[in-house]
Design a protein around this ligand. Sequence first.
Ligand code: ZN
Length: 289
Amino acid sequence: MSALGALALAAIAVAGCGGDGDGDASAAAAVPRAKVDRFDGRAAYRLVRMQVELGPRPAGSPASRELAKRLRRLLPDGRFERVPGGLRNVVGVVRGRQPGRRVVVGAHYDTKDIPGFVGAVDGGSGTAVVTQLARTIRPRELGPTVVFILFDGEESPAGTPDGQFARRGLRGSKVAAPRYSDAEAMVLLDFVGERGLRLPRESYSHPALWEKLRGAARAVGVGRVFPAEEYGTGIQDDHLPFIERGVPSIDLIDFDFPCWHRACDDLGRISVRSLDASGEAVYELLRRL
Ligand SMILES: [Zn+2]
């Protein structure tokens, strides 16, 4: 994600965090344990670790291409979708009971091109939860078909000014959105693995669909992660090309994150409980669509 609005949000992140959350028991305890166990948070954690162990994964790099190959094997019916510049989305499908209906669940798998930046939260966490959802959810639990898309090239190339993010970033989602413009909903997972996870509604996110997600979260016991609050500004992210096509879209992003595009976005920031809470909530949402 980035960046317009990120300047304002950076102020929130600094003012609102008040601590690094790392090893902070009270922050970790703030994320409740889910009442159901359909989604395997530990498996999602292992998927974050697998990505981080590949090192920095900027779009088009050998590490990113290796990751894409692994993700394609992990997704049901996994395949590549070409993106200009030699990039590729990784797409998987779980078919629901009602032909003609479909929804998109996505995350970006590239990391910002900063030396030493491994993107455990920013890139890694969303990719892990989406991949684990795709491996878990059963066709008979779904009305609509779910298309799982791991976007390449969300981050803009190194050195791009913040003001040009929307034009030069979001590369994979710009390719995908026209192909899935008939989708009934788009659910984007971005920063979903941080300790002490807290997800106010991002301002571009569709209010009614967000309320549905909050209802699903309450039903599985993780409602506290989704407070009745809204960020003061929208965040430019892979949901925007879908919104521009008229697809109701939401973005799960805890932008109260002091390690945004910093080397400290490493495995130590990640909480199994947070990955699990977001996975369980989205799983229940998908069952309700
Ligand atoms: Zn980023």
